[in-house]
Design a protein around this ligand. Structure first.
Ligand code: KG4
Ligand code: ZN
Length: 346
């Protein structure tokens, strides 16, 4: 079965062709970074206009890259949320129109579900059940994935998402958007113990919180700038390294706590922040120590892409879970049910 995946949830226009839910034939991502960089973040109106211009060229490139035509496509899987509403509407409108015009079945996919299933596009795929840590620009959550379609949300951030904190710290230091890759690079050159930034381990909960850390970084940077101590070339690298150490420490500690408390055997990382070098290596070390299996998608499958949407779309199609021209984009679209794990344990 060939599935055409489409993702326009944020600032990347992406289309992919995936065979039988596992084999990527093409995965095209047209980035809008250059458009938004000068504003220090995504401008929703500009994002949706760019999606309108790029959707057809990107889909055409995905088809030709896979050596196929629309007539060969068995289903169209489109991300319908969560995300920027104007951006989502372009992908959904396009997918509905092509589905109707060419009589190709339509499948609606939750972006978060797409991220979690990116690991299924790699050679070694996890078995159910597993713990999924989803860390992106808009979300930071942990899920117990019992089976396809059966998700229990253990916890989530109470304020900023981890990726959002990366982006804000990068902006504060005067670097561009997206901040994650910049901070990742700077941190490699800095001293992670230069500053003791706070770590919020929300007690007896699988929830996260990153806004206190972000504010502490802001206060430190402003204080040192005021004292004329921020001109040193190492300053930004040291802030980046100390900030990153704090974020990664919290993410790894929470996952480790879940592993111990719930007897988890398999961990899946997903979302843009899962591309982070420090997070990947620290999580690998913890998984080895706890003797649990860790599934890390390649970096290009961590950040937004349509192959992950097609992979999930395939499973919905197999289950006969199709959509139609009443499909609506949804800026907010929760995934799964809230956890009962902690209450069951207490
Ligand atoms: O999953 P994603 O592409 O889009 C959303 O669904 O939000 O994640 C984007 C986020 C951005 O905040 C970006 O700064 C962050 O992922 N990111 C990283 C890295 N690469 C991307 N954060 C830390 N380290 C990275 N290497
Ligand atoms: Zn995403």
């Amino acid at each position: 079965m060939l599935v055409l995946g489409i993702d326009t949830s944020c600032d990347d226009t992406s289309a992919a062709i995936v065979q039988d839910g596992t084999k990527i034939l093409s995965n095209i991502v047209s980035s809008q970074t250059d458009i938004h960089r000068k504003y220090g973040g995504i401008v929703p109106e500009l994002a949706s206009r760019r999606h309108t211009e790029m959707i057809w060229p990107v889909v055409t490139e995905a088809l030709s890259g896979a050596g196929c035509q629309l007539a060969d496509v068995n289903a169209i899987a489109v991300c319908h949320g969560p995300g920027l509403i104007g951006s989502l509407l372009i992908g959904c409108g396009f997918a509905k129109a092509v589905s109707f015009a060419r009589s190709i079945p339509l499948v609606a996919v939750n972006h978060l579900e797409g991220h979690i299933f990116a690991s299924f596009l790699e050679e070694h795929t996890p078995e159910f059940p597993f713990l999924a840590l989803l860390v992106s620009g808009g979300h930071t959550s942990m899920y117990l994935v019992h089976a396809f379609g059966d998700y229990e949300e253990l916890g989530r951030t109470r304020d900023d998402a981890a990726g959002e904190a990366y982006d804000k710290v990068s902006k504060l230091l005067g670097f561009g958007y997206p901040g994650g890759p910049v901070i990742d690079r700077l941190a490699a050159e800095g001293d992670p113990d230069a500053f003791a930034f706070p770590r919020a381990y929300v007690p007896e909960s699988f929830d996260f919180s990153f806004s206190g850390l972000k504010t502490a970084v802001k206060n430190q940077v402003q204080r040192m700038r005021g004292e004329g101590k921020a001109a040193d070339g190492d300053f930004s690298c040291n802030v980046a390294a100390s900030f990153q150490k704090a974020v990664v420490a919290v993410l790894v500690r929470k996952v480790e706590w879940a592993v111990v408390k719930l007897g988890i055997r398999r961990i899946v990382l997903s979302g843009g922040v899962a591309a982070n070098s420090e997070l990947r290596s620290r999580m690998e070390a913890m998984a080895a120590e706890r003797a649990v299996d860790l599934y890390l998608p390649s970096r290009r499958l961590c950040t937004d892409n349509a192959a992950m949407i097609a992979a999930v779309g395939y499973r919905h199609a197999l289950a006969g879970d199709f959509s139609d021209d009443t499909l609506n984009a949804r800026a907010r679209l929760p995934l799964g049910r809230l956890h009962t794990a902690l209450t069951a344990l207490s």
